[in-house]
Design a protein around this ligand. Structure first.
Ligand code: ME8
Length: 509
């Protein structure tokens, strides 16, 4: 089955921040898991490079928009492998191929009669690049997202007849209650539609940093139309000489943050309908990361968690693990460096890492590095019954946090099992050799299964462990706990999560 998953594409007016890393990581966990299930996955991410926010930021720095876009797009692109993101393509909306396809799709919208020219006047947020409708505006004409003063703007532009899609969108939501999740976001989008849809601007006359409107070259497309279409255009040119559209469209999951809900769940499906293109299956909406003090992260408050610092000190497995474990998908979450350190030491190093190293060390110490080929302990096997199925079901609801919690419960159970069985005592008694075989075989099987299930979350550490066990199959089909293990040698394992040095500022003190 084809499975097409996307992140939002990031604005290039600044460097990547933790919110971008979070979205890429969560999406990557799902993409990797689906590949483990044997799905035909295509995973897209990229950068959103046109429009007012970029043009304004470039002018403020005295450079051309293209130069700013090139510099920052390179940083976003470089961050992906650092986070172990397994995207299949990285789209930039300044790609020539994207521009041509945007023009073709919107020309169809125009030919289908869903555009008209008119005078637009309204309250505009230059940071969102969006005109706000009355019921969104905060007191004092401020942006509901940025809380900055909105500007009264007037211009002649092309409009998209969003109002024509009132009934089709209502039908889409009524017939597909799983179109948007979580439910709170589905309700929010549905209420926005129910409040009555007005036509929206499709073009800008004053701007030049954008894709030219083919039927009126004095205009460029409003950046959101250009941006949303990335999900569709990318399939046309991601693989040289091959069009992947039929294979992957419609998209299976769009993963986005809650601030861009309206664009993805109202404008986007309407625009696709206007161009006779099938609409995506699901939009999954995550919350916002806040500083450890629960406030919006900002440099002036000194509560920013810098993804690069976490990567440098703890590595990308740790950042991935921390964010998914600490921030339930869909909810806002407070994050900080102390939390990273705690999860790293208490859970990754002391629970999973320690379980892995003591298991392998005991196989070496008591059985010369060869796993006893014997039946596993039904008691421990029972703890793993249905685990892969549960993880699958949770990931199907994009409950990446819940699935990780299920897995982690077993990591803890295994550590208790070691304490309960006390293999070091069994080893002193020759009559209990079979019991020791059973315990060792069961533990090796348990860490194998855990590592297969953790491969989507912490690919590096789980990969090292599986390599030490001489196992490389990470398919979910292989995550069943075997009643009997085949045995075989295991390799020594270096610590998966070594002690971390203090930050440079404290080291110097
Ligand atoms: O919105 N916590 O780009 P963007 C969690 N270009 N997620 C966050 C976040 C935070 N603190 N801050 C941002 C755009 N995000 C458009 C998208 S898609 C066709 C165009 C999320 O760089 C945000 O919700 O401002 C969005 O999903 C993504 O990061 C990119 O944000």
């Amino acid at each position: 089955m084809s499975f097409y998953i996307t992140t939002a594409i990031s604005y290039v007016n600044g460097a990547p921040h933790l919110g971008h890393a979070y979205e890429a990581i969560t999406t990557d966990v799902i993409a990797r898991h689906m590949r483990q299930r044997g799905e035909d996955v295509f995973f897209l991410t990229g950068t959103d490079e046109h429009g007012e926010p970029i043009a304004d930021a470039a002018h403020a720095q005295g450079v051309e928009p293209q130069q700013l876009a090139d510099e920052n797009a390179a940083r976003f692109k470089a961050l992906m492998p650092q986070l172990q993101i397994s995207n299949d393509f990285f789209i930039r909306t300044t790609d020539e191929q994207h521009g041509l396809r945007v023009q073709a799709v919107l020309e169809r919208v125009h030919d289908n009669g869903y555009t008209h020219k008119g005078l637009y006047e309204g309250w505009y947020c230059p940071r969102c690049a969006d005109f706000k409708v009355e019921n969104e505006i905060l007191e004092g004409n401020r942006c509901p997202i940025h809380e900055i003063a909105l500007v009264r703007e007037q211009e002649e532009n092309w409009f998209f007849r969003l109002s024509a899609f009132q009934a089709p969108l209502e039908r889409l939501f009524a017939e597909h209650p799983d179109f948007v999740a979580p439910a709170v976001r589905y309700n929010e989008a549905r209420a926005f539609i129910a409040s009555g849809l007005q036509d929206i601007s499709l073009s800008r006359a004053r701007m030049s940093w954008g894709i030219t409107v083919p039927w009126d070259p004095g205009h460029v497309f409003y950046v959101w139309f250009d941006a949303l279409l990335n999900y569709y255009t990318a399939l046309g040119y991601a693989h040289d000489g091959e069009d992947l559209t039929d294979r992957y469209w419609p998209a299976t999951y769009h993963v986005i943050g809650k601030d861009i809900l309206k664009f993805h769940t109202v404008f986007w499906p309407a625009m696709l309908m206007a161009a006779d293109i099938p609409v995506p299956e699901h939009v999954f909406v995550h919350g916002f990361l806040l500083g450890a003090d629960g406030r919006k992260m900002s440099k002036s408050l000194g509560n920013v968690l810098d993804p690069y610092e976490v990567l440098d000190r703890f590595g990308s497995d740790a950042l991935r693990f921390y964010l998914v474990r600490d921030v339930a998908f869909g909810a806002d979450g407070s994050v900080g460096i102390d939390g990273v350190k705690m999860r790293y030491e208490n859970e990754l190093a002391n629970e999973y890492g320690n379980l892995a190293s003591r298991t392998i060390a005991m196989v070496h110490r008591y059985r010369d590095g060869v796993v006893p080929a014997t039946a596993t302990d039904p008691e421990l096997a029972g703890e793993f019954a249905e685990l892969p199925e549960r993880v699958r079901a949770l990931i199907d609801r994009v409950d990446t946090t819940g699935a990780l919690a299920e897995i982690w419960q077993r990591v803890r159970r295994c550590n208790r099992y070691v304490e309960e069985r006390a293999p070091w005592q069994l080893a002193r008694d020759a009559d209990r050799a079979q019991q020791l075989d059973t315990v060792l075989a069961s533990l090796v099987e348990a860490v194998r299964v855990l590592s297969v299930l953790l491969a989507a979350y912490i690919p590096t550490a789980s990969g090292k462990l599986l390599a030490a066990l001489n196992r490389d199959d990470i398919s979910i089909a292989s995550a069943g706990f075997a009643a009997r293990v085949a045995g075989g040698p295991v390799q020594a394992l270096e610590p998966l999560f070594p002690k971390v040095s203090p930050p440079p500022s404290q080291a110097a003190a």
